[in-house]
Design a protein around this ligand. Sequence first.
Ligand SMILES: CSC[C@@H](O)[C@@H](O)C(=O)COP(=O)(O)O
Ligand SMILES: [Zn+2]
Length: 197
Amino acid sequence: MTAGLREAGAVLAAESARFASLGWMRGTSGNLSLVLSRDPLRLAVTGSGLDKGELTAEDVVLVDGRGAAVQGGRPSAEAALHARVAALTGAGAVVHVHTVASVAMGRREPGGIVFRDLEMLKGVGQPAHDVEVVLPVIANSQDMAELGDRLEAARNPRMPAVVVAGHGLYAWGEDPVRARHHTEVVEWLLELELARR
Ligand SMILES: CSC[C@@H](O)[C@@H](O)C(=O)COP(=O)(O)O
Ligand SMILES: [Zn+2]
């Protein structure tokens, strides 16, 4: 494994441990990625089927723009969707977590979840007042190309996240820290909506 990939693995392991400690990656759920190059597109993605709270710097796979392994073991089953999100949005890092609030709210609002008049909206780059911001909800699929098509069709450029119904939350950002902040902010918004209905 190259030093660059191991370094990316260390970042993903630390981020993963943080999400797992919040209970957002229970069992072996969730996955993370970090873009290492744009042309050609190459991402460091967490390995498949691992306990995301116990990853080491070695538990990472280099994948191409279609999510296929270039170096390392078995990449996340959702690596192709990470690559699609990175290509589509220009994000440098993608987070996928299995939170209760995202699944519960996806059930309640299958057409999209509307947020308004919340200071926390500033955490996803939106004004706090006088605008409605929609978090898209897409149907789940085991086919990452199909899921990617749904995400592309439903994506709201003002919201760096999408809920996958019956599954969880995808969020992204310029780098791992910003992707984490977006994940935390969107999860906060979802928990609030869930609590107030
Ligand atoms: C309970 S894990 C469910 C998986 O199918 C998947 O949705 C997931 O989030 C983790 O898959 P992985 O291949 O480990 O990255
Ligand atoms: Zn998942």
